[in-house]
Ligand binder design. Structure first.
Ligand SMILES: Nc1ncnc2c1ncn2[C@@H]1O[C@H](COP(=O)(O)OP(=O)(O)OP(=O)(O)O)[C@@H](O)[C@H]1O
Ligand SMILES: [Mg+2]
Length: 580
């Protein structure tokens, strides 16, 4: 076949393959145009999941008569004019092809009126063929009516899912754009029924409306800046995370993006407080200078490339990690959005109570009244009882829980989980400081091991000594343990060594001491932490409470479970119906 230039419509149809893979993608392009036009109110009507019809009306700037046909023409845009513009682009669109692509695969009617015009004008397009503008009636703004998407591209139509699925994708698109544009009102209807109505709101209110009250209550507010980078939004409390990846919403300069680098930075930030099978949920608004990010990576414009990707990764990681690692004493101001009244208002003993533990910051809200004189009169008992945040130990319950009294009421601590976290953080700190004191065993113990394990560790005995293990190979299948890390001196040295060898067999020493280091320390901490049924004296329990207060991330154990729980006097009073 001879080489020939493709007809324009076919070029647009090919482009549409990338830009408009399903109704939701067409809807995204249309909504972004409305937002770029400065619309304060956007009405969306869908039929049959958007396949039959997508009709969007906005009250934005509108399009002049002479430009209506251009708007539907490929490579025509009002948003950039040069490469310099492209590198600084702040609008959501810039490729000048979305409408042309949609017009090539659907029947499109575009009606628009600019502020200066006496009336509106309308153009029709079908399968790439454009009609001349005719007069029409509407207020300033634009209405685009897309019918029979993919009517002339049956191959693409075949890939469409059920109406419900296509609608769900459309609704998700609206929700995302609504999150990033709280100042714009949105109304979404499907098959004639209104599904979503959002007024112009503050960012916090919009997030609550779109993501729900549960999201609001289970998250911590983030707001951090470094140089020209800024992040604000909400991240989930570790205790409320689930396995789902659905709740991850990231916006860069107002654009919804899917970015592996960001997902990775967040996952890393949660590494120490979340079980690896759980995923953090978040809604983050990141701003970077326009020239620090390339949005021209893929026609769908949901992928981006950061100029300084390392810097962005580090920034996000630290911003969130710092927030999550606030020790019990600090962080009183870390959760401005969650009111102190919230946990008290929940009836203790309600089923969701057990699965919605008090996280550190939430509990800190309880302590805030102590520091604020204005609030003091409301809590005379609290002011009178001067105790550290986690209070003083009263007793041990069933060898599992420590009960303590603080100003607010009763504190319950999962002794093993809390101690495990304390030991883990101490091990990490000691290793970071390259000072892991070892405890020599009075009598070295010998254990029989797999010959391969012995061979694997033999070149690394020095490095194992750095983490406090003094081992020697006494025969091809036996290892003598002479010292263990001092922090783990109460654990069974054989069990500890076996745990190390087990990890060695799985990952090799080199990986174990580098990227798997924290997992190893977590395993060791579990061995080193007090076991259930160990009787603790009151001074021992108090020592644990004081250590928790001084430990980062003490609110969760290494697996992300909560380590302690507050029950306020008000909650107890309510249970006993006192003062009614
Ligand atoms: N709702 C609207 N209000 C005002 N102008 C609009 C609207 N929709 C489209 N336009 C005009 O039509 C032009 C073409 O829109 P189109 O979506 O095809 O391209 P774009 O937004 O410039 O770039 P991209 O292909 O990246 O979306 C826009 O540049 C804009 O000038
Ligand atoms: Mg556009």
């Amino acid at each position: 076949m001879a080489i020939r230039v493709l007809p324009d419509v076919l070029i647009s149809q090919i482009a549409a393959g990338e830009v408009v893979e399903r109704p939701a993608a067409a809807l995204k392009e249309i909504l972004e145009n409305s937002l770029d036009a400065g619309a304060a109110d956007i009405q969306i009507e869908l039929e049959q999941g958007g396949v039959k019809r997508i009709r969007v009306s906005d009250n934005g700037a509108g399009i002049q008569r002479d430009e209506l046909l251009l708007a539907l023409t490929r490579h025509a845009t009002s948003k950039i004019a040069s490469l310099a513009d492209l590198e600084q682009v702040a609008s959501l669109g810039f490729r000048g092809e979305a409408l042309a692509s949609i017009a090539a695969i659907a029947r499109v009617q575009l009606t628009s009126r600019s502020a200066e015009a006496d009336h509106a004008w309308r153009v029709q397009a079908e399968g790439g063929h454009l009609d001349a503008p005719v007069p029409a009636a509407r207020a300033t703004g634009t209405t685009i009516d897309i019918q029979d998407l993919f009517f002339n591209t049956p191959a693409r139509r075949k890939f469409l899912k059920t109406e419900a699925t296509e609608y769900a994708h459309c609704a998700e698109t609206v929700r995302r754009l609504a999150l990033a544009n709280p100042g714009t009102a949105f109304t979404l209807s499907h098959n004639g029924r209104v599904q979503l109505r959002l007024n112009a709101e503050s960012a916090a209110t919009r997030v609550r409306q779109v993501l729900g009250e549960a999201f609001e209550h289970n998250t911590i507010a983030v707001d951090a800046a470094a140089g020209s980078l800024r992040v604000s939004g909400w991240v989930i409390r570790p205790g409320a995370a689930t396995a789902s990846r659905e709740g991850q919403h990231v916006f860069v300069n107002g654009r919804y993006v899917r970015d592996k680098l960001i997902v990775h930075a967040l996952k890393e930030a949660y590494r120490d407080v979340l079980h690896h099978q759980l995923n953090p949920a978040y809604c983050l608004f990141i701003s970077v200078p326009p020239d620090g990010v390339d949005v021209n990576v893929h026609p769908a414009k949901t992928e981006i490339r950061f100029r300084d990707s390392r810097g962005v990764h580090q920034f996000l990681f630290h911003a969130v990690e710092r927030l999550l690692s606030a020790p019990v004493e600090a962080g009183a101001t870390a959760a401005p959005e969650t009111s102190a009244a919230m946990p008290q208002a929940r009836p203790y003993g309600a089923p969701q109570q057990t699965s919605m533990p008090l996280a550190v910051n939430e509990a800190m809200a309880f302590y805030a009244p102590l520091a604020s004189p204005a609030a003091a009169p409301r809590m005379p008992a609290a002011a009178a009882y001067d105790a550290p945040p986690l209070g003083y130990a009263l007793a041990q319950l069933h060898g599992i829980y420590v009960l303590a009294q603080n100003a607010q009421g009763l504190v319950l601590v999962d002794m093993h989980a809390a101690h495990e976290r304390v030991v883990y953080e101490k091990l990490k700190a000691a290793l970071d400081a390259r000072a892991v004191p070892a405890q020599a065993l009075l009598i070295p113990v010998t254990l029989t091991v797999d010959a391969r394990d012995a061979a694997e560790i033999s070149p690394y005995l020095d490095r194992l000594r750095d983490i406090g293990f003094d081992l020697s190979i006494t025969s091809p299948t036996s290892v003598a343990v002479r010292a263990v890390p001092w922090l783990l001196k109460d654990a069974d040295p054989v069990e500890l060594t076996r745990a190390v060898l087990h990890e060695v067999a799985e990952f090799g020493v080199a990986r174990l001491l580098a990227e798997r280091r924290n997992e190893l320390l977590a395993t060791l901490a579990c061995h080193g932490a007090v076991r259930a049924n160990r009787r603790l004296s009151v001074p021992e329990m108090n020592a644990l409470l004081r250590e928790m207060e001084a430990t980062e991330r003490a609110g969760q154990c290494n697996h992300g479970r909560p380590t302690w729980f507050q029950i306020s006097l008000q909650e107890l009073d309510a249970r006993f119906m006192r003062g009614r």
